[in-house]
Design a protein around this ligand. Structure first.
Ligand code: COA
Length: 330
C-alpha cells in the first residue's frame, strides 16, 4: 500500500512577539457607579479593578485585533505576508460568518493564510496558543498570529450590578514561530460542561430598550468557587507538565478575572515571593480572551518582566473551560 506523507515542521515553537490595543475610553469606578448601585471601595476590594478600558464608538473587534497584530508582527521583525495562519480567540465577534480571523486577514491585506476563530471565552487565547504550537511543529504553518480580542462593553447589561463592573475591552496578539529550543510546554486543557449555564451570553430574556442584546449573564459566586478550587489544581498540573520546579518560574500570568482569584491560585501553587504576577485587571478589567496577551504586553513594556523569562499562563471561564501552558517570554 502506498505510504502517505505525514506532517513535519520545526523542532519547537515559541512566542516571537506580543502586541496590544486597548479600549480608548477609560471608565473608572466612579463612572461605573453612575450605572450600578455599588462603590469604588467594594469593586476594588472584591476584584482589584480601579478602572477598565472600553472601546470608543469607532473601535471594532476586527480593527482592534488588526492593530494589535500589526504591532506584534513588526516586533517579530516580520512582514505581514510572512504570516501563514491567523487564530482569533473571541466571544464578541458581531457575525458568526465570516470568522473574525478572516476579517482580520482582509484588514491586514494578508492573502492565503489559514484563518479561523476559537470560541472558548477566557480560555480561548491559551487554546489558540496551543493550536499554534502544534501547527508550527507539524508544518501546518511557519508564523501564526494568535489574537485574543473582546469588546465586552457592548455585551453588558449595564444595570446588572453583579457583572457590569467586571468587564472591559481590548486586543492582544502574539506571533508564534519556529524555535531550536523548547519554549512552550505541553498544554493542560479541558472543560466542564456540567457548569455550562453559570457564565453565558444569553439572549433568552428581553431587556429594556437601549440595553444591548444579547448580553453576559454570570453566576459570579459559582465561577469564583470553581476558579479558586478546580483551576488552582489545574494550574499546578500546568507547572508539573512543564517540568519546571516552582522556583524556576519567573512570571505568573493568569486570566485577569479577579485579583482574589489570582491570589488564591498563587497560594495554592506556593510560588516563590519574587515571582512577577500580572495585575493588569487593575486598569483593564476582565477582557476575557484578550486578558493574557494584554497582561503579557504590559509586563514586558513596563520592564516588570523580561524576554527569556519563563511564564505560567492559565485561561479559564465560560464553558466552563480552561487551558494553560508555560511559555518563554518573547
Ligand atoms: N456593589 C456592591 N455590592 C454588591 C455588588 C456590587 N456591584 N454586587 C453584589 N453586591 C452585594 C450582594 O448583593 C451581596 O450582598 P448581601 O451579602 O447583602 O446579600 C454581597 O455584595 C455579596 O455578593 P456576592 O455576589 O456573593 O459577591 P462576591 O463576593 O461573590 O463577589 C464577584 C462578586 C462577581 C466579584 C465574584 O463572585 C467574582 O469575581 N466571581 C468570579 C467572576 C469571574 O471571574 N468571572 C469571569 C470568569 S472568566
Amino acid at each position: 500500500m502506498a505510504m502517505l506523507n505525514s506532517a513535519a515542521g520545526a523542532p519547537h515553537a515559541r512566542i516571537l512577539s506580543v502586541g496590544s490595543c486597548r479600549g480608548e475610553r477609560v471608565v473608572d469606578n466612579a463612572e461605573m457607579c453612575t450605572m450600578i448601585d455599588s462603590s469604588d471601595e467594594w469593586i476594588q476590594q472584591r476584584t482589584g479593578i480601579v478602572e477598565r478600558r472600553w472601546a470608543s464608538q469607532d473601535q471594532t473587534v476586527v480593527g482592534m485585533a488588526a492593530d494589535a497584530s500589526r504591532v506584534a508582527v513588526e516586533r517579530a521583525g516580520l512582514s505581514l505576508d510572512q504570516v501563514d495562519a491567523i487564530i482569533v480567540a473571541t466571544i464578541s465577534g458581531t457575525r458568526s460568518m465570516p470568522s473574525v480571523a478572516c476579517e482580520v486577514a482582509a484588514e491586514l491585506g494578508i492573502q492565503g493564510a489559514a484563518a479561523f476563530d476559537v470560541t472558548a471565552a477566557c480560555a480561548g487565547f491559551c487554546k489558540g496558543l496551543s493550536l499554534a504550537d502544534s501547527l508550527v511543529r507539524t508544518g501546518g504553518a511557519t508564523h501564526v498570529l494568535v489574537v485574543g480580542v473582546e469588546i465586552l462593553s457592548r455585551l453588558l447589561d449595564t444595570s446588572d450590578r453583579g457583572t457590569a463592573f467586571l468587564f472591559g475591552d481590548g486586543a492582544g496578539a502574539c506571533v508564534v514561530g519556529p524555535s531550536e529550543v523548547p519554549a512552550m510546554s505541553p498544554v493542560v486543557w479541558g472543560s466542564d460542561a456540567s457548569q455550562a449555564d453559570v457564565l453565558t451570553i444569553d439572549d433568552s430574556r428581553s431587556l429594556a430598550e437601549g440595553q444591548p442584546h444579547p448580553y453576559i449573564r454570570m453566576e459570579g459566586t459559582k465561577v469564583f468557587r470553581w476558579a479558586t478550587t478546580f483551576i488552582s489544581d489545574r494550574a499546578r498540573e500546568v507547572l508539573e507538565a512543564s517540568g519546571l520546579a516552582p522556583e524556576e518560574l519567573d512570571v505568573f500570568i493568569p486570566h485577569q478575572a479577579n485579583n482574589r482569584i489570582t491570589d488564591s491560585i498563587l497560594r495554592h501553587l506556593k510560588l516563590p515571593e519574587d515571582v512577577v504576577v500580572a495585575r493588569d485587571i487593575r486598569n483593564s478589567g476582565n477582557t476575557s480572551a484578550a486578558s493574557i496577551p494584554l497582561a503579557m504586553d504590559e509586563l514586558l513594556s513596563s520592564g516588570k518582566a523580561t524576554s527569556g523569562q519563563q511564564a505560567l499562563l492559565i485561561g479559564f471561564g465560560g464553558g466552563l473551560a480552561y487551558a494553560g501552558q508555560v511559555v518563554t517570554l518573547p
